[in-house]
Design a protein around this ligand. Structure first.
Ligand SMILES: Nc1nc2c(ncn2[C@@H]2O[C@H](COP(=O)(O)OP(=O)(O)OP(=O)(O)O)[C@@H](O)[C@H]2O)c(=O)[nH]1
Length: 683
């Protein structure tokens, strides 16, 4: 059911819109009669730019007409003219209807210029000509259950490589490393074990892995994460090699492992399947060579090839900021030859490659497909999982980044737009539900009823307000639809810190913030809070002139946060005392100052120091018997500004204070700390 129909009045008395309707009907009727005999030459219809959520006034302005024209145009339609006001938000259907009935044509305003912007993104190239492909090493990810030995295996593989290559340097963790067999074949191992890394890469569409080495501890067998790893590999259609680990342990039972794997569709060669299973000890380094050979053999079967020519395509596996080098990424080259000087884009970042380093920290001049290199030269830090593409120039890189940023912005805007529309829809529904019982009333009666209802909750009328020195915040609330105003009022209804700071809603309503709103807030020294509404330049300037805080928000949470902030700022600061020194009264004596006898407490400073400029209190037992400033602070016969711990001093005060031995004199400092409202709306 459309909400507009709910509010048709059946009251016999004419309310003002009805009388206006009648009047305009007559006018319209007269016009019709005049028009009939005239066959006007066909003229081009005026085009009106319309958009969602237009108010009646905005529509009138777009048509170059006044508000009454919109009312007239919607006469004899089920539109709710009783409650139609200039700031009422119109449904799409009524916006179109009003335009058509005005003899005009409409055009939806564009959401943004994005649709017309040519696509300036960089893309991967289409698959290469098979004649150009050359073999490349496999890229391997190690997966398996926790504690089954993934990290140990990676460490052993890396160490074996260090000895083999006699690199002698410190191997750096750069996200992957290369293993070279004595026969010359090479394997790239991603050195972040576990399926979390694997699936996060895959989720970003980065198919970086050719082979999964599934580590299963021979003493533990197939466990939960073993099964999950199998599932991940299957989903990504990546073949598995099983590394049956910890075979050095006496309780190792590799046979059981392979049998258990059968239940999960991993059929090892000895059971007639094609999955190789290698018995290893990652800890002792046993059989690692066999594992590497099995990987190379599988890679041959897979016929892994890539095109080493043309612009580079790579996948980013790690990124970090290095103190000296700036943003540094590790990439696995997938196509083309990565060289110094290449211009790359990844996500919304770009680089002109300044340096390439391998995992031993050695500078390299180029990196072929499946090689892992650190790339230095990024302007900003891109994220792991991004695709890295070479482009022809720095200008082109900037263009791609600009286009992608714009796209992301548009995407975000659209997301926010639909969230706002959804919220508006919900508010509208709620509003209609609430108004249903009032449907039989006229517009005026309805407004009166609503005012009465809200008045119970908020004392808004100026006459009802009393002047006081207590902190208070008078508010003007504006929202795009009645529903959102209601929502805000409901939130404010839960305000439970009136004793700290009075919160008065002095006015609320639907529509953009007007000069009246600002003037009203200024009169009461309050603020204007708007949800999903705007304020014209004139209104903003008026607010600035009159010192009225104008808070416009599109997210309720942010609006409430701002309100909490403002309420907190109204609270008097908290007084916080911190003790700076403590002394014990040892004896009391009197000295003559002129004709006056002054009582002096002879004390010893026990802690901190006594500072004559600060405040003091006298404590007897648990009670504070006096608080104030001291007249004199003396050390022997000298007036001193401070008396430190261990010193003896004489303290006299201005006024009658009855010191007694054993009292404690405390010197303290007062600080003012800003307070925060205790109101917590719960979100
Ligand atoms: N006896 C024996 N112990 C091993 C072997 N491989 C790993 N371990 C031990 O098993 C324990 C776990 O090894 P890790 O390499 O940390 O296992 P992981 O799978 O990387 O564990 P997470 O990182 O927690 O997932 C360590 O105490 C290793 O020393 C092996 O081949 N033989």
């Amino acid at each position: 059911m459309r909400g507009a129909r709910l509010l048709r009045s059946s009251a016999p008395l004419l309310t003002w819109p009805q009388s206006r309707r009648l009047a305009s009907k007559q006018v319209k009727g007269q016009r019709k009669e005049q028009k009939k005999p005239n066959l006007k030459p066909k003229v081009d219809k005026q085009e009106v730019e319309i958009r969602q959520g237009m108010t009646a006034a905005a529509l009138a302005a777009a048509m170059n007409r006044d508000f009454d024209h919109v009312v007239e145009a919607l006469l004899n339609t089920p539109a709710d003219l009783d409650s139609l006001r200039p700031d009422s938000v119109l449904e799409d259907s009524w916006i179109k209807e009003a335009v058509i009935r005005s003899g005009m044509k409409f055009r939806w305003a564009k959401l943004g210029e994005s649709r017309e912007r040519p696509n300036r993104d960089a893309q991967r190239r289409p698959p290469a000509d098979p004649a150009l492909l050359v073999s490349r090493p496999p890229v391997v990810t190690i997966m398996g259950h926790v504690d089954h030995g993934k990290t140990t295996l990676l460490d052993s593989l890396r160490k074996s490589q260090l000895v083999a290559t006699e690199a002698g340097g410190i191997t750096q963790h750069i996200g992957a490393f290369l293993v070279q067999l004595p026969t010359g074949e090479r394997i790239t191992f991603l050195d972040t074990p576990g399926h979390a890394a694997f699936s996060s890469m895959r989720a970003r569409g980065a198919h970086a892995t050719d082979i999964v080495v599934l580590v299963v501890a021979a003493d533990d067998g197939v466990m939960n994460q073993t099964v999950e790893s199998i599932q991940h590999a299957k989903n990504a259609k990546v073949p598995i090699i099983v590394a049956v680990n910890k075979c050095d342990k006496p309780q190792a039972d590799p046979q059981r492992v392979k049998q258990e794997l059968l239940a999960h569709g991993v059929v090892c060669e000895e059971f007639g399947g094609d999955v190789q299973a290698i018995h290893i000890s990652a800890l002792k380094g046993d059989n690692l060579q066999a594992l590497a050979e099995a990987t190379v053999a599988l890679a041959e079967v897979l016929e892994l090839k890539a095109d080493p020519g043309g612009p580079v395509e790579a996948v980013l596996i790690e990124s970090r900021t290095d103190k000296g080098k700036g943003p540094v990424t590790t990439v696995i080259v997938q196509r083309g030859m990565l060289r110094r000087g290449c211009v790359l884009v990844a996500g919304r970042c770009w680089a002109k490659v300044r340096f390439l380093f391998d995992e031993n920290g050695c500078a390299v001049l180029e990196a072929a497909p499946s090689a892992v290199v650190q790339v230095v030269g990024w302007k900003e830090l891109p994220s792991a999982g991004e695709t890295v593409l070479e482009v022809e120039s720095e200008q082109r890189a900037r263009e791609v980044v600009e286009w992608r940023s714009h796209q992301a912005e548009q995407h975000k805007l659209l997301g926010e737009q639909s969230a706002i529309e959804l919220k508006q829809q919900r508010h509208l529904e709620e509003y209609r539900r609430e108004r249903e019982p009032l449907a039989h009333l006229s517009w005026r009666q309805r407004r009166a009823a609503l005012y009465r209802a809200d008045k119970i909750r908020f004392s808004m009328r100026p006459s009802e307000r009393t002047e006081s020195d207590e902190p208070g915040l008078p508010l003007v609330i504006k929202g795009d639809v009645d529903g959102s105003v209601k929502t805000l009022l409901n939130i404010l209804d839960g305000y439970d810190a009136q004793d700290e700071c009075r919160l008065d809603v002095i006015h609320f309503g639907v529509g953009d913030v007007s000069e009246n709103d600002v003037n009203m807030a200024a009169t009461f020294g309050g603020s204007v809070y708007g949800f999903n509404v705007a304020a014209s330049r004139g209104v903003t300037q008026l607010a600035a002139r009159r010192g009225v805080a104008l808070q416009l928000h599109r997210v309720i949470y942010q609006l409430v946060e701002q309100l909490r902030h403002e309420l907190s700022s109204k609270l008097p600061p908290q007084r916080r005392c911190s003790t700076v020194g403590e002394a014990t009264v040892l004896a009391i004596f009197t000295v003559s100052v002129g004709k006056k006898e002054v009582l002096v407490a002879g004390c010893r400073v026990q802690k901190g120091q006594l500072d004559r400029r600060l405040k003091f209190r006298l404590i007897r037992g648990r009670d504070t018997v006096w608080e104030g400033t001291v007249l004199t602070l003396k050390h022997h016969k000298d007036d001193v500004a401070t008396a430190k711990a261990g010193m003896e001093c004489g303290v006299s005060v201005d006024g009658e204070v009855d010191f007694s031995a054993g009292d404690v004199i405390e010197c303290f400092e007062e600080q003012e700390v800003p307070r925060v409202t205790s109101w917590d709306p719960g979100f």
